[in-house]
Design a binder for this molecule. Sequence first.
Ligand code: KG4
Ligand code: ZN
Length: 363
Amino acid sequence: MPRPLRSRMICLGIETSCDETSVGVWRPGHGPRDVVHSQIPMHAVFGGVVPELASREHLRQLDALVQTVVRDENLGLHEVDMIAVTRGPGLLGALLVGIAYAKSLALALEIPIVGVNHLHAHLLACEFVEPIEYPALGLLVSGGHTHLYWMQSSLDFELVGRTLDDAAGEAFDKIAKILNLPYPGGKYIDVLAEEGRADPRLFTRPYLNNSNCDFSFSGLKTAVAQYVASHDLPRIDYADFRVDAVPAPIKDLCASVNLTIVQTLLEKSRRALVAHPQARTLCVAGGVAANSMVRREFSRFATLHGLKFLVPDQNYCGDNGAMIAYTGQRIAARGLASALDFEAIPRGKHVPNDYIVNPFFKE
Ligand code: KG4
Ligand code: ZN
């Protein structure tokens, strides 16, 4: 017989949507906790994530990570009140590994399970810093998504803008590849851009000649490819990459790319704010929220518009189990859970909010 669930509960969070296996714990009065096993070195040799390898690696790592996090937190598995797991969007095979594991554990421990929207979880990780004051505007910038949300509560996210093709992170990574930078290239462009001089007129800020809040970054990638093909730029040695060895013209190019992407994100966020002037908080999250210029410029933008600005610490911008545990706990604290037959949602498909009332929840 399942035990009653309290609103102050210990939640284990499992994240396997892409190339990081992570398990986190959320419990009241403690900060975010998790362990992450990154698969990046494994995929880097292929220049991108290989889905089948990702699934197999999640399967190899997951159980050991659960044991580690539980031990590190001085918890017994029997003390865990609920399980949260990334439901999507992500790589289908990779998601299935985490979901099958999480469902089995929930069944064995007789505790509820919550399937979490990975994108919402990124934004709710802003609450690791301070509470979000709703309503809020949320910019989610990750490797696979660039979404603008109108957020009315931790469960009520309305999409007001999205990328039509490449996401901002994808643009960073593809452009980095053109420049022969290591994978994933976003953080390398960031570091090099900080040392370069941007030319704001070098690249057109993409997809602004409209009145919407959507994004399209694939044209920028093409523009950079054309620029590189038509200029005699020094070649970077990928195998022996060192920031101080990168020639100034490449640093300047990175600075121009970085500026173009950030200015585009700012302009579309400005439009979303015009459409939703009641916003009290601006949240920026996802892998690209680790970018130095994104953090600086969005902080300035929020101040200018009188908004509270929240961005997770850099180590919580990427994929992590703590944000999944936290989001699951927020959903469960409303007396909701997932039915045990919930399915994985691959990238490009809508993740439904089809929670059910948890009959064992006690306020
Ligand atoms: O959220 P995330 O860890 O994974 C997904 O859910 O996709 O985001 C990964 C993305 C990659 O495209 C990576 O290059 C980008 O975030 N990224 C950055 C930086 N750090 C990670 N992009 C720009 N500047 C950074 N400092
Ligand atoms: Zn992510």
